[in-house]
Design a protein around this ligand. Sequence first.
Ligand code: SF4
Length: 348
Amino acid sequence: MTDIKSLTKDELTSLIKDMGEPGFRAGQIYDWMHKKQAGSFEEMTNLSKGLREKLTAECEFVCLKIVRVQESKIDGTRKYLFELSDGNLIESVFMKYRFGNSVCVSSQVGCRMGCRFCASTIDGVERNLAPSEILDQIYAIMRDTGEKVSRVVVMGSGEPLDNYDNILKFVRLLTDENGLNMGQRNLTISTCGIVPNMRKLADEELSINLAISLHASNQQKRQELMPIANQYSIDELLDACRYYFDKTGRQLTFEYSLVGGVNDTDEDADELAGILKDLNCVVNLIPVNPIKERDYVESTAERVQAFKRMLEKRRINATVRREMGRDIDGACGQLRRRHIENNQEENK
Ligand code: SF4
């Protein structure tokens, strides 16, 4: 069956013509899917019943099922647990900011990158998400909240650049003027540092933002926290970052999770400032969420502020990530894990 929501408008037009229908029908269907976020073919009321039946028989219509929603009483953040058509579960987060609403989406079921502080990777990767499944996390949230979404970050479960082709198609669909028409500058993709794909992305002539999970100030510490560092050294990573900036002109964001006693000392801050000094970047400091499967502890609030001050003294822009939805759950990947564990308990 064709995954219709993953098709570009041109691909959809060919499909519709192959079905013996006039080409303008593709425009109507595309509009329903990507502008109106329709939840089924049934909702496409300007199509004939016959065409709707034909589409139902021949195409898969990806529409995520909400399994659970947790809403923060503090800031209105909503964490969603979605079920995919094969029963797999993924998480997404809806956040309200002064400048508009933002959604954080997942790109894979699980992750194979093995970062030591992350709950998403504990069971490895199950599979890649299709473009439609990444898109529909946003659409399902729009259907559920009735609100607009002005920014998207691909920072949930999974390594986006490990699912390169699908992510690229997702970007093209999300920013298509015939669809949601999101500005490329309002879209951020994170990566743990798959160097060749960072360079490839730089060559795509897009102006999307890149956030790099750095989390350490030297090769040895990075290797301890992130297995990807065994494949690509921190120097190769920083070279790829320079290349990305040169090609796109977009300021880079370095994500740095502060783990108590591991990478949060004054020496770490000093070394970090040194390696980033010639890059146009901002460092986003993240007080790490403790996860019960690993024994890492959060840095104290004083340590986080001291680290930030050290960077600023060395003229490195730094922010501390505002913790959204503090009252509803811990780190990314935990809602899914908890749900799976609870189900296993119930089934015992
Ligand atoms: S931090 Fe990102 S890349 Fe690393 S294991 Fe978690 S989901 Fe994967």
